[in-house]
Design a protein around this ligand. Structure first.
Ligand code: FES
Length: 129
């Protein structure tokens, strides 16, 4: 069965103006019990980081061009708080609240990922524990 544009059926989802984000950030805000062996990003201030990122993006005039979303577990818990930025698929780990200005100014405005926060391909998706 042919769907969407090829079907000839007008689907409103294809005709609405969709924003094309230059960057889309997903901030893990997963919350687990304090005794969970993997911990969680919420216990390491990820909710405050998400809020600060949203505010900094708006302050920088990037609203509508950059989207910051809360995510569930990104499965890099031991490296959290974790953030992934698309379309580049840049992963940040051990992010702190004070790192937010660098993420906005260097990465989102300057186009250069913040290397000191970046998780390497070898660090991501390693089996732990
Ligand atoms: S709890 Fe944040 S990556 Fe799993």
């Amino acid at each position: 069965m042919v769907r969407g544009r090829r079907s000839g059926i007008r689907n409103p989802a294809y005709t609405l103006p969709m924003p094309l984000f230059e960057h889309h950030l997903f901030v893990c805000c997963n919350e687990r019990p304090p005794d969970h062996p993997r911990g969680c990003c919420s216990a390491k201030c990820s909710v405050a980081i998400r809020d600060a990122l949203k505010a900094a993006v708006a302050q920088a005039g990037l609203k509508g061009r950059v989207r910051v979303n809360q995510a569930g577990c990104l499965d890099q818990c031991e490296l959290g708080p974790t953030i992934v930025v698309y379309p580049e698929a840049v992963w940040y780990g051990h992010v702190r609240l004070e790192d937010v200005p660098a993420i906005v100014s260097e990465h989102l405005l300057g186009g250069r990922p913040v290397e000191r926060l970046r998780l390497s391909a070898e660090q991501i998706n390693q089996k732990r524990g």
